[in-house]
Write a protein that binds this ligand. Structure first.
Ligand code: XUL
Length: 455
């Protein structure tokens, strides 16, 4: 009986690079329901690898917007089929991979507000996008646009002081500038540009959800102190951009009530609130309840380091974002692109495609790896901008290969050393790790504690 008693809850959504996931959390913060759709596995017709298409130039990386919409359809239908009681959902919110952008075609707002509960979302939204393949955070094809933006505002440091970061290829303003320059027609047919987070919130709202301050800080467009779009940056990227972005809002804002589509098709209550969605990293900072001085490491598709700050110190490396919990405060973020995919590659090459062999290799080698060091960047790294595999032996000579177990430790130690060095380079003093959470890989607990001691 108790199992079937109604359980009031909130839903948390994650629109990440490789999957869409939902959790239901009850009043005591217990997660009692989880569901996910993995793009490569569950939507093979889109032909993605790890959720993205890497284009021939090796720099352009996109994801099909309809894949995200269809993933939401699949999850909602699975929840319905499993008997999930939507009538108990008081509110929902979520996170999205940062920086990715969605281009809603003229007329899309109309389609969003008049969704028929008899059809799936992707059947009704298929003609709503002026760009079908959205640039995502792994894209590094906008170097020219980055230099143009920095030149327009007086240089890299000036842009960093204004927006919290110097111009980064994956930051949305530079991606928008590229789309405007290369595809002006599609740009002019765009009535609204969303981030992945505000796009997801829009699907639930049935109208355009505003961009929140925190995720908006990853665009090179928002003045992080004043929380307004920078006219200089907007002007340098593309015309009429302010109206296509809409005004930004604090990350904790209730942006509206759920669309009648979800009430009629799935039985959500009409009062179900939609709270602004934000970026995955700001959402992690909020969820982990960081305190001043703490540093958190997230091992995901990208590895990230983040911390809570009261006084921003924009620099030439790393990012300052508006804080998602307290919009008067800030957070700092360092992002390393060669994270989990790099670990998976070395696992496949040097540990027989098995995490357990990977862990054994880590256990069988000493901390310090006998003086062997390795840095592995199969894709152009963000922090710092570098590509290639770089191995150094005890004599500090560059070598072409390591034995398998040395390779595994060199990778893990190199990745963690880089995190510490770059964090300290920005003036952070690492005291303790608040937590480390693992995306889908597991590095053995012994390896974990060694690494923490090593930090
Ligand atoms: C952060 C970044 C990545 C994505 C991954 O700046 O680019 O962490 O948010 O989802």
């Amino acid at each position: 009986m108790a199992e079937h008693a109604p359980r009031r809850c909130c839903l948390g959504w994650d629109f990440s690079t490789q999957q869409v996931k939902v959790v239901a959390v009850d009043a005591e913060l217990n997660v009692f329901y989880e569901e996910s759709v993995h793009f490569d596995r569950d939507l093979p017709e889109f032909g993605t690898q790890s959720g993205v298409h890497v284009h021939k130039d090796g720099l352009t990386v996109t994801s099909p917007v309809l894949m995200w919409v269809q993933a939401l359809d699949i999850i909602l239908e699975k929840m319905k089929a499993s008997g999930f009681d939507f009538s108990q959902v008081l509110a929902l919110s979520g996170a999205g991979q940062q920086h990715g952008s969605i281009y809603w075609k003229v007329g899309a707002q109309q389609a969003l507000t008049s969704l028929s509960p008899d059809l799936l979302l992707h059947q009704q939204l298929q003609d709503c996008f002026s760009i079908s393949d959205c640039p995502v955070w792994m894209d590094s094809s906008t170097t020219a646009q980055c230099r143009q933006l920095e030149a327009a505002v007086g240089g890299a440091q000036a842009l960093s002081c204004l927006t919290g970061s110097h111009a980064y290829e994956r930051f949305t303003g530079n991606q928008i500038a590229k789309i405007y320059q290369e595809n002006p027609e599609a740009y002019s047919h765009t009535e609204r540009i969303s981030l992945v987070s505000s796009f997801a919130a829009s699907l639930f709202l049935g109208s355009y959800s505003p961009i929140d301050y925190s995720d908006g800080s990853g665009m090179n467009l928002l003045q992080i102190q004043d929380k307004v779009w920078s006219q200089a940056c907007l002007g340098a990227c593309a015309p009429h951009l302010e109206e296509k972005l809409g005004p930004p809002v604090p990350s904790c804002s209730v942006v509206g009530a759920i669309s009648s589509y979800y009430i009629k098709r799935y039985g959500f209550p009409s009062g179900c609130k939609v709270v602004a969605f934000t970026g995955d990293n700001p959402a992690s900072l909020a969820g982990m309840r960081l305190e001043e001085g703490d540093i958190a490491v997230s091992l995901g598709t990208s590895d990230t380091l983040f911390l809570w700050l009261q006084k921003p110190m924009p620099a030439l490396e790393g990012h300052i974002f508006c804080n998602p919990v307290d919009s008067q405060h800030y957070m700092a973020l360092l992002c390393f692109k060669n994270g989990s995919l790099m670990r998976e590659k070395i696992r496949d090459e040097s540990a027989s495609r098995s995490w357990s062999d990977f862990s054994k290799a880590l256990q069988s080698t000493e901390m310090g790896n006998g003086g062997n060091l390795g840095f592995y960047f199969d894709v152009m790294e963000i922090t710092p901008e570098i590509i290639g595999r770089h191995r150094f032996n005890t004599e500090n000579r560059k070598v072409a290969a390591f034995p398998g177990d040395v390779e595994v430790r060199a990778l893990i130690e190199g990745q963690f050393m880089a995190k510490r060095i770059h964090a300290e380079g920005l003036g952070y003093r690492v005291k303790r790790l608040k937590d480390v959470f693992w995306a889908k890989e597991k590095i053995i607990p012994d390896g974990k504690s060694e690494l923490q001691e090593g930090m």
